[in-house]
Structure formats: structure tokens, C-alpha cells
Design a protein around this ligand. Structure first.
Ligand SMILES: O=C(O)CCC(=O)C(=O)O
Ligand SMILES: [Fe+2]
Length: 203
């Protein structure tokens, strides 16, 4: 798949082979305690067009997840996927956002993963399991559109400058009937008060 548009994107196709990817999809689909996708934020009702869970190390606070999601522990399965990706990329993550697109009718709209807690240089690893979906990119200045297909077992790395220059989305696609699980591993920088709180706890 072509990532020529964006040197800040690295695609490792078939990071997991088809058999392993299917197995991981099935296990995650069954094991994750998927929440409802209806939320109330600042008194407004919101329906997320996908299901989502957020898992992080103790003490990690993320405004997006804080508003929308409860922070969950790492399951043994999520931990083992994290460890494999970490050793491959030689990078440590402390959190993962898990998205379940139940069919092509589920999607994520245009956004950048640039919340302040990810720091100036967010490095994000995104694993696709299940149905292949289009991953669309829109340049922030020129509005140029590009896309790639993310298929079962593909690992996409978004290097830091990608979030500065591009927005991304997984568009609605009625031709897709299968489900897809996407895991975006992130490194949230602990807030100052969290560090202090953790320090105190160790005293
Ligand atoms: O599902 C994907 O490939 C992307 C998900 C995403 O952009 C996100 O969770 O921030
Ligand atoms: Fe994203």
C-alpha cells in the first residue's frame, strides 16, 4: 500500500498473519466488555458511531477518555499485543484506545490525535484486525486528500509530525459488512499532579 504521500506514516503490512489476526479479533471481540455508545457530555447527548474502550497504566489521565470513557486496566491479551508491538518498534506505550467498527456503517470522522497529553511529538501505533477499511488523510493546509487501505493484521505507525500536518478518518463505507477492531497504542505524558500523586503513594 502506498504511503508515499506521507513520510511520517510507516505501514507494516501483515504484522500479524491472517490466522493470528483472526484469532486476535475473535478473542478481543468476545473478551472486551464493550460499552454502550451513548454518552452524555456537558449535558449533551452523544452517540459515537463505533464502540470504544480505553486502557492505561495507573495514574494516566487523558482528557478525551476522561470526558467520554472510563479508564480500564490492561487485559492479559491487550498487554501481550502491546509487548509485541513495543519490542518490534522499540518504543514504550502506556495506553491504548480500542475501537470496534461493527460494520462499514461505523466510522471515525476527521481529526488529529493531538491532545495536549500526547505531547508535542505523539508517536502512535495502530493495529487493524478484521475487515479492511479505508484510512483517509486530509492535509491541514492544502486540503489534499490521500488514502490507504488498512487490512487484517496491518500495523500503521503515525510518526510525530503526521499529526501536525494531517487529519485522518475512517469513512463510512456501506459496502463493508464485516467488523473491524483497531487498537491505537499511545504514550500519554503523565500530568504533573498525577506524578505528584503517584510519588506520594509510594512514600
Ligand atoms: O480505526 C482507525 O484506523 C483509526 C482510529 C483513530 O483514528 C483513533 O482512534 O484515533
Ligand atoms: Fe485517530
Amino acid at each position: 500500500m502506498n504511503t508515499d504521500c506521507c513520510p511520517e506514516l510507516k505501514l507494516f503490512e501483515g504484522f500479524y498473519d491472517a490466522i493470528e489476526s483472526d484469532r486476535l479479533y475473535q478473542r478481543l471481540f468476545e473478551e472486551q466488555d464493550w460499552p454502550d455508545n451513548h454518552y452524555s457530555v456537558a449535558g449533551r447527548q452523544l452517540t459515537l458511531p463505533r464502540l470504544q474502550t480505553w486502557h492505561a497504566d495507573t495514574g494516566i489521565v487523558y482528557s478525551y477518555s476522561d470526558n467520554l470513557l472510563q479508564t480500564r486496566d490492561w487485559s492479559p491479551l491487550l498487554s501481550s499485543i502491546k509487548t509485541q508491538i513495543e519490542s518490534y518498534l522499540n518504543y514504550r506505550f502506556n495506553s491504548v484506545l480500542v475501537n470496534l467498527y461493527r460494520s462499514g456503517e461505523d466510522y471515525v470522522g476527521w481529526h488529529s490525535d493531538n491532545e495536549p497529553e500526547l505531547g508535542e511529538q505523539p508517536y502512535i501505533a495502530s493495529l487493524t484486525l478484521g475487515a479492511a477499511r479505508r484510512f483517509a488523510l486530509r492535509h491541514k493546509k492544502t486540503s489534499e486528500i490521500n488514502d490507504l487501505v488498512l487490512a487484517n493484521g496491518d500495523l500503521l505507525v503515525m510518526e510525530p509530525n503526521f499529526q501536525h500536518h494531517w487529519q485522518h478518518s475512517v469513512p463510512l463505507d456501506n459496502s463493508v459488512t464485516g467488523g473491524r477492531i483497531n487498537l491505537t497504542f499511545r504514550n500519554v505524558i503523565p500530568a504533573k499532579n498525577n506524578i505528584q500523586r503517584n510519588k506520594r503513594r509510594q512514600d
